[in-house]
Design a protein. Sequence first.
Length: 862
Amino acid sequence: MKPTYQPQDVEARWYDVWEQAGAFRPEVNPDGEPFSIVIPPPNVTGVLHMGHALDQSIQDVLIRRKRMQGFAALWLPGTDHAGIATQNVVERELAVEGLTRHDLGRERFVEQVWEWKARSGSGITNQMRRMGFSTDWSRERFTLDDGLSSAVRKVFVDLYHEGLIYRGNRITNWCPRCHTAISDIEVEHEDEIGELSHIRYDFADGTGSVVVATTRPETMLGDTGVAVHPDDERYRDKIGQTVVLPLLGREIPIVADAEVDMEFGTGAVKVTPAHDPLDYEISRRHDLPAIKVIDEEAKITQAGGEFFGQERFEAREAVRHALHKQRYLVHVEEHHHSVGHCSRCGTVVEPMLSDQWFVKVRPLADAAIESVKQERTVFSPRRWENNYFRWMENLRDWCISRQLWWGHQIPAWYCDACGETIVSIDDPAACSCGGALRRDEDVLDTWFSSALFPFSTMGWPEETEDLATHYPTTVLVTGFDIITFWVSRMMMMGVHFTDTEPFRDVVIHGMVRDFEGKKMSKSFGNVLDPLELVAKYGADAVRLALLRAAAPGNDIPLDEQWIDAARRFGNKLWNALRFAVEHIGITGVPVEGGYPDDPGPEDGWILDRLSSVTAEYDRLLDDYRFSDAMALVYNFAWSEIFDWYLEMAKSPLKDEAQAATTRVTLGVVLRDLLKLLHPAIPFVTEELWAELGDGSLLITSSWPTPPAIDGPAGMGDLQELIAGLRRFRAEHQLGRTTLGIHLDDPEGLATGWWEAQLAALAQAEVLSHAPPPELAGHTRIPAGKVAAFVPLAGVVDVESERPRLEKALAETEKLLAASAKKLANESFRERAPAEVVAKEEAKRDEFTARVEKLRTQLAELG
RNA sequence: GGGCGCUUAGCUCAGUGGGAGAGCGCUUCCUUGACGCGGAAGAGGUCGGCAGUUCAAUCCUGCCAGCGCCCACCA
């Protein structure tokens, strides 16, 4: 049985060690500059899904790297009370026992939810631990904590007194199942095929009729008018007349309103002020009464006459049937439109007139827009700013009251005696008139408290040390789907109440989708559960796979093969490092520094690469280009360190001094590689760290800063030569026979070290350091400034080289022709930058030389 | 109706104004001190179509085709 890395065993060990060492606290770098991230708080009801795994993996990479760079890095975790979602969960539990929340009453129900939270609320945080996320749990917050609740209360009261929160009787979206109002963005529109019913309304004076079109015939029970466009020739002389509402016999006026679309339907709109936003607006302009005909249960009210008590969709059919029977229904046609559904439960939303609380968002939004325009907050990628602007510019007032019990109860009291409304931070005892007070029963939209999260979690409005140090935060990482729900509202509240933007950078990532690019959903059965994948492949693999796929702002189609590839990378790393320790004998590697002063050629080469890869990696991570950064370090590790350097380091032809230098170099290179990889794959790197020397925690070690050095000359040529020889061997299927070669090396690059590497890596024996006197019977393998001549006799048939050479000649001639043509172009010479022209000339010369040599060789074949 | 994005290897996707990349899959060879979950070599792309800008376009601009997402008081 071959040894294979077992992530499960390793990962189970490390998290507690880190947490108990306090390694996730910013205090590990007491003198460091602050760097802070506040987590997008997952719902307490939630289980960790792929979206969280991606979002939080990105944050962990940022925070772990900054921590290693010496910043006082804070990643503040928390959960959201998620009003409707959580209440629904507990209500469902009650339903099993045949109970409703009303059977318990408000107080006992809320107690029950807290109990549920105590029981299950740590589910998702434990899953975050399993993923290895380095959040500072000592600062964990919950949106219903005392501190956050007092922040919510202060914000509500202040906005109320500034006139930015008001209570009004407005049309809002009502979910009859959740039994609460919801805001506009909690409504999801879906295209549906419905029916457009044309209904005849007769004039009261018997002189004729007008036909209206509607998708919702049942709402005609609440009609209080008919509206037409003032410029509509068809109806101009009908304005002001009265029609008789069918079925109910109510007389209602025809009014003119410019909002009516002449093109739609018949151009005449029935006006139902209590159940349609546009109709409500029209009714206000024309003083039409509102009659509520659908109640909170989505049943017809008493105002609906004979239809009283019917469910709204039954009533739709019943009303249409009655209209048909009484010959008011002119005709019915198929109609495509979109219908709003509750984003929580999918029920069709009912627009309904009710008393609700609203935030007047315009002034807040304008300030928040300005923050991004002035680049005090910058989105990455920038294109998401457009999305933000468009949303912010078209905002309508935000309905913040919810008819739920789980949440922040609105701090408003009403006096029934004198009609006074009191909004106050402290609970008032009684009204100034002496009358008894009745508290508003509603709670606030969950997103109201989420909007304060970046500063309420740090103790605001108290002037705490955390607030002074870690606010405003540095980066916010989130998906584009909640720019509207959350980012925009944090911006509004942050700018208004703290006088600064709540974060400097906003990193927007895409959604995790399945391998066909489809949204993951339970109904498709295409959901990948991160925890199942962690059990199967390890947390490191899941993290690395997500990060490698996380191109800026793009959706991520995730396939298990990506995770398997990431797992194999961990295995490769594990094996490579163990090999280095056990067989090459690296040992006692210092925690930092220790770069050799006088490296051998391959050592100099890899140190040069390490230095430039690190610089590039830093640049990519600073630009939030995670997939590029991961690809860079992954390829560096695998194809340069493991496939080249480790092979070269094995070379037997070293004296003890050279071997010692290589041991030192390999040690520091692998050490720095572990450091570079640690933010992405913390478990396996931490496990291997202990192999290198004293087992101090990698998580608190310093970020690598390898010195820039010049690698040895000719390294690229050597690699190319080895590759060329390997290709020759593969083409002729030479197996393991040793190949004799003559080196053509005009610049004297090939030292004895080359001979060793050629022998080890290409199974080639150097016969001489000069071209053979007689070139016939040899083939030439070029590699930059050097070339190898391979005697063919006894190795391969001379003629078998002809096709290879001819193919190479044809290819090179094509390149030469393209290059020559470009250089013959006068405007290219004049207008292209000099360096580009020079580069092109060098190419042409190289191709020319190569073509000549290939021709000579072919001629020599006979 | 408005806005945004995508179209690159067999599949899923990165990427760049100056000779096209990854993972997986495929072909051939290799039990060469750790890894066969490995190594070496290779096949495979008119970078969606048509115009334009440019010395130079897969990349910039416009149009077209297909796909996807978001927003919208589509009675």
